[in-house]
Design a protein around this ligand. Sequence first.
Ligand code: MN
Length: 175
Amino acid sequence: MGSSSKKTPQGGGTLRFVVHEHKATQLHYDFRLEMGAVLKSWAIPKGPSMNPADKRLAVMVEDHPVEYIDFEGIIPEGSYGAGLVVVWDFGTFELTEPGDPEVQLKSGRFAFTLKGKKLKGGFALARFARGQTGKEWLLMKKKDQHANPTFTLKSELTPERQKTLAVKMPPCETS
Ligand code: MN
């Protein structure tokens, strides 16, 4: 993870994703896709799932800078997003349909394949047609050979892992 990750040319098809486990006021999972020069970001209260039967609410939040992709640490009290952040999963993603990812995202339906350590195979994000804020999406696992109907999300914020975290200011306001 980090600076050794391969940068691909714009439109090259392979871009990075990360899922941050974020124990702020409420524990949630931040799903972030590298797009353009930013991380498109969604806060998922229940976290992603490998079970196609799970449709997970994903609330779009502000774009984050790409430098945030491998952030881990303890965001100090009084700072935006104060709490613990670890990388829950990371890897690359590819669009299911060729084209401009930002145009596809704007359409409200976005299909992609993840190559992560935990999240693998086809996924889709679909924006609520009648959402209250226009920020509500659903993250869904596609039925494929990677689907796991018995998937249960395991926290990476174990007591051991928490001990390894240092107080650190993120390069941006985080959500
Ligand atoms: Mn967050």
